[in-house]
Design a protein around this ligand. Structure first.
Ligand SMILES: C[S@@+](CC[C@H](N)C(=O)[O-])C[C@H]1O[C@@H](n2cnc3c(N)ncnc32)[C@H](O)[C@@H]1O
Length: 288
C-alpha cells in the first residue's frame, strides 16, 4: 500500500474534489486553521501512486500495516432504479452475497481507482438514471451510444447492459482509458470500444449515435457542443452532466446555439444534469 499526499491552498478544494470524486481512497483534511488542505490517496501499487505524483507533484511513501488498517471504507453500493447495483466490491464471496441480496438488480463492479465514475458522485448517478429511463423507451439492440469523457467506463458499461447495440467511449486521460478497458472486461461487456481521444478534437462518424452521454465539466461542454451536435443522430437522446449550477444557464445557452435543448433538468447539490436532444424532437414529443 502506498500513500500519495500533497498540501494545497483551501481555495482549490472544489478542483481537487472534482479530480478525485468517486475515488473512495481519497482523503481531504483541513489544516492550518482551514487555510490549507492535505490531500491523500491510498494506492494499491506504487505505479498508481507514482502516476498521481507525475500529474500533480506532492510525495509518495509506503504505508505501514497499522496505518493501512485505518484507510477509508469503500463507498456504499449505489442502487440505480430497479436496474443496477453499482459496487466497489471485488471479493467473490461478498459479490455473491450482494447478488443474492439484490436479486433483481444487475451488479456493476467498479473498484475505486484513479478514474472518475464509481457511481457515488451525483453527476454519475443521475446520468445512470437517465440512461435506464432512455433504455426503457428504446428497443433493445437498436440503439448506439457514445460516452464522451468515459472515466471509469461506468456509463458505457451500463448502456451495454441496458441493451445498447454499439457502445463507444472515449477519454483524453490515458489512465482513465486503461481503467475503463479493465472495467469493461470485469463487467463482461467486452464489445464496448474505448479510445484515448480528446472530445474537442473528435470527428464523429457521419450517422452519429442514438444516445450521447457527456458528463464533462461546464467549460468543456461549452466548447464541445458543436462536436456533440455532430455526434447526435436525428431523434437522439442527449445526457449531460458535470455542470455547476452557477454555470448552467451559460452551458444551456451555448447548447441552444447548436439546436440542442433539454426537457429534464436535475440538480443535486451544486451539480446539474440534464436529458434532452434536438429542439425539433423535443417539440414533437411535447406536441404528442
Ligand atoms: C466528470 S468525469 C465523468 C466520468 C464518467 N463518464 C461518469 O459519468 O462518471 C469527466 C471525464 O471526462 C474526461 N475529460 C475531460 N475533458 C475531456 C476531453 N476534452 N476529452 C476527453 N475526455 C475528457 C476526464 O478525464 C474524466 O474522466
Amino acid at each position: 500500500m502506498y500513500l500519495w499526499s500533497k498540501l494545497s491552498g483551501a481555495q482549490w478544494i472544489d478542483a481537487w474534489e472534482e479530480r478525485f470524486a468517486g475515488n473512495a481512497n481519497f482523503v481531504l483534511e483541513y489544516i492550518k486553521g482551514g487555510k490549507s488542505v492535505r490531500l491523500q490517496v491510498y494506492c494499491g501499487t506504487k505505479k498508481e501512486a507514482d502516476a498521481i505524483f507525475g500529474q500533480f507533484g506532492g510525495s509518495v511513501r509506503k504505508v505501514k500495516d497499522a496505518e493501512w488498517k485505518k484507510a477509508p471504507e469503500p463507498p456504499k453500493p449505489l442502487k440505480v432504479r430497479d436496474a443496477f447495483l453499482v459496487t466497489a466490491e471485488t471479493n467473490a464471496k461478498k459479490l455473491a452475497a450482494l447478488r443474492k441480496e439484490h436479486g433483481k438488480r444487475e451488479l456493476i463492479v467498479i473498484p475505486p481507482e484513479m478514474a472518475f465514475g464509481t457511481g457515488d458522485h451525483a453527476t454519475t448517478s443521475t446520468c445512470l438514471r437517465f440512461l435506464v429511463d432512455i433504455s426503457r423507451e428504446r428497443e433493445a439492440g437498436k440503439w448506439s451510444v457514445a460516452d464522451l469523457g468515459t472515466g471509469s467506463g461506468l456509463l458505457a458499461i451500463a448502456a451495454a447492459k441496458l441493451g445498447a447495440k454499439e457502445v463507444w467511449g472515449c477519454d483524453f486521460d490515458p489512465f482513465a482509458v486503461a481503467v475503463a478497458k479493465r472495467n469493461t472486461e470485469r463487467n463482461h461487456t467486452p464489445d464496448i470500444t474505448i479510445k484515448e481521444q480528446d472530445v474537442l478534437k473528435w470527428k464523429p462518424r457521419k450517422k452519429g449515435y442514438n444516445v450521447v452521454a457527456a458528463n464533462l465539466f461546464s467549460t468543456v461542454l461549452i466548447e464541445a457542443w458543436p462536436v456533440i451536435a455532430k455526434s447526435l443522430a436525428k431523434g437522439g437522446d442527449l445526457v449531460v452532466s458535470g455542470i455547476l449550477a452557477t454555470q448552467a444557464w451559460e452551458v444551456f445557452e451555448a447548447a441552444a446555439k447548436e439546436g440542442l435543448g433539454f426537457s429534464k433538468i436535475v440538480k443535486k447539490g451544486k451539480w446539474v444534469s440534464a436529458r434532452g436532444g434536438w429542439f425539433e424532437d423535443l417539440a414533437r414529443v411535447a406536441a404528442d
